[in-house]
Design a protein around this ligand. Structure first.
Ligand code: SF4
Length: 118
């Protein structure tokens, strides 16, 4: 069952347009209960630091690293689920579902705006 799915296109830091389908909060909550989605994540084969830059990394290096991580996320079969979980728990660090922290914040602001205007 699909509840209140929103398709949102946003511009990422790298200038690419990222077309993501974001499940509603209710659906995201339901998905968080599913423990096995993570097993399908492409990042499992990579160093976790690639997706969550360690403290002290220079901003330019961090950006380059995040771009690399996002490239991996782009073809991940559980991208939407990953993003939904990160949004549901207001994840404050790292790349999740192909979006970095600032992009997730922007997306959340847009979602709130869309809810208010509907
Ligand atoms: S979307 Fe990215 S961070 Fe999420 S599981 Fe897939 S590869 Fe990992």
């Amino acid at each position: 069952m699909t509840i209140g799915v929103m398709r949102i296109v946003l511009r990422t830091e790298t200038g690419r347009r990222s077309d993501v389908v974001v499940p509603s909060a209710e659906e995201a909550g339901a998905r968080v209960d599913s423990a096995s989605w993570w097993e399908y994540g492409l990042c499992r084969g990579w160093d976790a630091d690639l997706f969550c830059a360690p403290d002290g990394m220079s901003p330019s290096r961090k950006r380059a690293q995040e771009t690399r991580a996002k490239r991996i996320c782009r073809t991940c079969p559980v991208r939407e689920r990953c993003l939904a979980e990160a949004m549901a728990r207001d994840e404050q660090a790292g790349v999740w579902g192909g979006l970095d922290t600032e992009e997730r914040r922007r997306l959340e602001r847009r979602r709130r705006g869309m809810r208010r205007s509907s």
